[in-house]
Ligand binder design. Structure first.
Ligand SMILES: *[C@@H]1O[C@H](CO)[C@@H](O)[C@H](O)[C@H]1NC(C)=O
Ligand SMILES: *[C@@H]1O[C@H](CO)[C@@H](O)[C@H](O)[C@H]1NC(C)=O
Ligand SMILES: *[C@@H]1O[C@H](CO)[C@@H](O)[C@H](O)[C@H]1NC(C)=O
Ligand SMILES: *[C@@H]1O[C@H](CO)[C@@H](O)[C@H](O)[C@H]1NC(C)=O
Ligand SMILES: *[C@@H]1O[C@H](CO)[C@@H](O)[C@H](O)[C@H]1NC(C)=O
Ligand SMILES: *[C@@H]1O[C@H](CO)[C@@H](O)[C@H](O)[C@H]1NC(C)=O
Ligand SMILES: *[C@@H]1O[C@H](CO)[C@@H](O)[C@H](O)[C@H]1NC(C)=O
Ligand SMILES: *[C@@H]1O[C@H](CO)[C@@H](O)[C@H](O)[C@H]1NC(C)=O
Ligand SMILES: *[C@@H]1O[C@H](CO)[C@@H](O)[C@H](O)[C@H]1NC(C)=O
Ligand SMILES: *[C@@H]1O[C@H](CO)[C@@H](O)[C@H](O)[C@H]1NC(C)=O
Ligand SMILES: *[C@@H]1O[C@H](CO)[C@@H](O)[C@H](O)[C@H]1NC(C)=O
Length: 489
């Protein structure tokens, strides 16, 4: 409690930059990275107490920006103390680190309210929610990116065949080969510090991210007693390893002449577009969408949306607890229960905060699409975003070249799970696309006769594994729906 108040006070004293008082924020879409976690190469990765504190503090910032009544950036009509679940949609892939980050962040966004959420029973008894009025907010599961924080190969968790092939092409490129040879001595010299995890064969640029990640985590958490060689990894070495990891990850996430590589950013763009559009067309019935995800998705979006071309800092991996936000802003006069102004009076502002490497929690606005204005008129935002966004299952199947599973037909049981998912999570028309995907195996191409049988058998096995996750998500969904059928007219 004391910590939270300190954070809120600290935020207030930072004098967060607020939009001009004429403006109204009509809604927002946030994409957020997790907090400090354990290393990917020691799976399963888990959110640490430090990471929990980080996401909680960033959630508190978003409270002070969008939720608090007193904020000039308060989202019009958003519940300012007690959460109204219909206004909010929060999602995460099935992943310990990301789901727990979402939960910790939400504790900051809507902190416990004491007696403000009390309910009175028929017999007059007043019930206060447990934990000083702790507010329960569901986090729905998107099926893309499952297990991404324990996965060393992020493109694998997109399940998009053409994107996997494209990212793999990086490893045959001249730029890769040149880094591979020029950095080999540096990586080999790390052996004493990382030999518990990496063999000498693995100590090269091909594993640039996971090697840096292991050392970065160790330099935050591991004592030198447990690994004396860590003391020899100095600041300039770790910085050099980080820059190499940035080159590695940027090139796996984006290539200007082969945009399918950035599929996760294209899907995010489609989800944000769909959700913001729903905020507008529903006159603000839904107001705030929040999705947790991996850094590669940020990089892919930064490439596609032309943010990185104007500012090379955006080719660097965003830090723990970083986030982007798309805000719907207007200068027109609006009443909180009235209709929204016409879309010609609504603009989108794109903002970014670099999490733990930023000196403040505050968001900074950046121009989109290679322009210079910090506000893009809604209609332009739609046109520009549609140039690269993937907005539906059919488009995803065609862009990715997937023909199996849910890309094969609508007539099987996967059809009904799609329907369930669509009603469940806003802005995630894509999320069920990959339920039951077979993955990289299929890129092997056409298989005949016995081979087909073998593939079918292993395909079924993989589908079954995925189906468990899908069933868990669908189970949550259908019970939500079931409760709603009973509770609402
Ligand atoms: C926030 O503003 C609304 C509308 O003006 C008001 O009803 C509500 O009491 C305010 N809440 C707080 C915590 O000030
Ligand atoms: C909420 O309920 C608790 C327990 O019944 C009670 O002690 C408290 O005074 C109530 N607070 C408000 C604001 O109603
Ligand atoms: C009122 O109802 C609640 C829930 O059924 C019960 O726990 C409580 O004892 C009741 N109080 C009285 C005074 O009957
Ligand atoms: C980007 O894609 C083009 C076309 O596929 C390829 O020639 C080039 O090597 C790629 N660049 C990198 C860095 O992978
Ligand atoms: C790793 O390197 C250290 C320092 O050279 C050495 O003491 C240790 O035995 C090595 N461990 C393994 C598993 O090779
Ligand atoms: C840091 O500690 C973890 C947990 O004990 C261990 O798995 C990992 O190998 C250590 N990392 C280094 C670089 O020593
Ligand atoms: C850091 O370590 C490297 C490799 O051991 C060494 O070459 C370099 O001089 C060191 N830099 C500093 C600033 O100590
Ligand atoms: C926004 O939603 C409306 C109503 O559902 C739909 O007709 C329109 O095509 C959508 N626009 C975009 C850009 O998605
Ligand atoms: C965010 O921070 C990381 C680490 O310091 C840096 O590499 C990256 O360039 C930063 N991104 C932006 C947009 O400033
Ligand atoms: C609202 O008006 C202010 C002051 O003229 C201007 O700076 C800002 O860009 C406008 N915002 C939008 C969304 O048009
Ligand atoms: C699924 O059904 C819809 C509506 O009938 C259709 O438009 C779409 O093309 C189908 N998708 C696939 C992958 O066949």
């Amino acid at each position: 409690m004391a910590t939270r108040n300190n954070i809120v006070l600290a935020l207030a004293s930072l004098g967060a930059i607020q939009p001009s008082s004429a403006e109204t924020i009509l809604g927002a879409y946030i994409f957020h990275r997790h907090g400090d976690r354990t290393a990917k190469s020691t799976p399963p990765a888990s959110l640490t107490d430090l990471g929990y504190s980080e996401v909680h503090a960033h959630g508190s910032y978003y409270n002070s920006r969008y939720v608090a009544n007193s904020s000039e950036a308060h989202i019009l009509g958003l519940g300012s103390e007690v959460v109204k679940l219909s206004q909010l949609a929060v999602s995460s892939p099935s992943d310990n680190v990301l789901q727990n980050s979402a939960a910790g962040w939400l504790q900051g966004l809507y902190p416990p309210v004491g007696g403000a959420a009390n309910q009175t029973l028929r017999n007059g008894t007043v019930v206060e929610p447990p934990l000083n009025g702790y507010q329960l907010i569901p986090v729905s599961i998107t099926s893309t990116g499952s297990g991404s924080e324990s996965s060393q190969w992020l493109q694998g968790s997109t399940d998009c065949q053409n994107a996997e092939v494209s990212s793999n092409n990086f490893f045959n490129s001249d730029i890769f080969k040149s880094y591979q040879s020029s950095s080999l001595d540096l990586y080999q010299s790390l052996s004493p510090a990382v030999n518990a995890t990496f063999t000498e064969d693995e100590l090269n640029f091909k594993n640039a991210y996971t090697i840096w990640d292991l050392l970065n985590v160790a330099l935050i958490h591991n004592s030198t007693d447990s690994n004396a060689a860590l003391a020899n990894v100095n600041t300039s070495t770790i910085h050099e390893l980080f820059l190499l990891a940035n080159v590695h990850e940027w090139n796996l996430a984006y290539n200007s002449s082969d945009t399918v590589r950035a599929i996760s950013g294209a899907v995010l763009a489609g989800q944000a577009l769909e959700a913001l559009n729903e905020t507008i067309t529903s006159n603000g019935k839904s107001k705030l969408n929040v999705q947790f995800g991996a850094y590669a998705t940020f990089l892919s979006y930064f490439g596609l949306a032309g943010v990185a071309s104007g500012n090379p800092d955006f080719t660097g991996i965003p830090d723990y607890a970083s986030s982007v936000a798309w805000e719907l802003v207007t200068n027109a006069t609006v009443s909180s229960d009235g209709a929204f102004p016409p879309t010609s009076d609504i603009s989108v502002r794109f903002l970014f905060n670099n999490g733990t490497s930023s000196s403040s929690y505050d968001l900074t606005a950046y121009p989109l699409f290679g322009g210079s204005s910090l506000e893009v008129p809604w209609d332009d935002f739609v046109t520009q975003t549609q140039k690269f966004a993937v907005t539906g299952q059919e488009q995803w199947c065609s862009v990715c070249g997937n023909t199996d599973s849910s890309c094969a037909s609508n007539s099987t049981s996967s059809g009904s799970s799609t329907t369930t998912g669509t009603t469940n999570s806003k802005g995630s028309g894509i999320s069920n696309v990959v339920a039951g995907v077979i993955g990289a195996m299929v890129t092997l191409g056409v298989v005949l006769g016995l081979e087909a049988l073998v593939l079918l058998a292993s395909g079924l096995r993989l589908v079954r594994k995925k189906t468990l996750a899908a069933a868990a998500a669908a189970g949550a969904t259908s019970s939500t729906s079931a409760e709603n059928v009973g509770a609402e007219k």
